[in-house]
Design a protein around this ligand. Structure first.
Ligand code: FMN
Length: 172
């Protein structure tokens, strides 16, 4: 089964989450392609999609949102899982999912959505971003929980394999 993992990441930390998800899916026997949303023209080659974005000021990246707009029909016709990354600190803040998540879940009939902790390295930020971070008093550090991420990916692989076997059984 072919799975697309598409990820929008501004400073690379969400991209690393997608890489770990892709690696976990591949080690569970799935064929995985990792791509940026802007580079995805069609979902024709894929049986399932994992789409993720970092969250800035409460919103998903424009590239991830526009992939949803562009490919909504194709996404709705496949198993889709969504993830977001952003909350910083312990306990993670802000709490809760980005605003657009409920409507994305409904629109795409997505199987689920998970928000993972993010990472912040102030030295990599643009000036305007530093101002926002100072205003929000966002803590610096890496709050990504790798076991949680690998576990989530494992659940996706399990679900896809189970469905695949059911289909084979019905077809046979
Ligand atoms: C200017 C700025 C605004 C942010 N706003 C949010 C936010 O609204 N919600 C959130 O969960 N995280 C927010 N974050 C944290 C980022 O989402 C987090 O650092 C994430 O890991 C960045 O992912 P990336 O490296 O893939 O770009 C913000 C970070 C910056 C620098």
């Amino acid at each position: 089964m072919d799975v697309l993992v598409a990820v929008a990441s501004r400073h690379g930390s969400t991209r690393e989450i997608a890489e770990v998800i892709a690696h976990a899916l591949a080690s569970d026997g799935l064929t995985v392609t990792l791509a940026e949303p802007d580079d995805v023209e069609s979902l024709e080659p894929y049986d399932a999609v994992v789409l993720g974005s970092s969250v800035y000021v409460g919103r998903w990246a424009a590239s991830a949102r526009s992939m949803v707009d562009r490919l909504a029909g194709e996404l709705a016709a496949r198993p889709v899982w969504l993830f977001s990354s952003g909350p910083l600190g312990d306990p993670p803040a802000p709490a809760g999912d980005p605003d657009e998540v409920p409507s994305l879940l409904t629109r795409l009939g997505a199987r689920g959505h998970r928000t993972f902790g993010g990472a912040l390295d102030k030295s990599r930020l643009a000036l305007a971003e530093r101002a926002v971070v100072a205003l929000l008093q966002a803590p610096e550090g890496d709050f990504r929980n790798w076991p949680e991420i690998i576990d989530w990916a494992g659940g996706i692989a399990q679900e896809l394999h189970a469905e695949h076997h059911r289909h084979l059984h019905v077809a046979g």
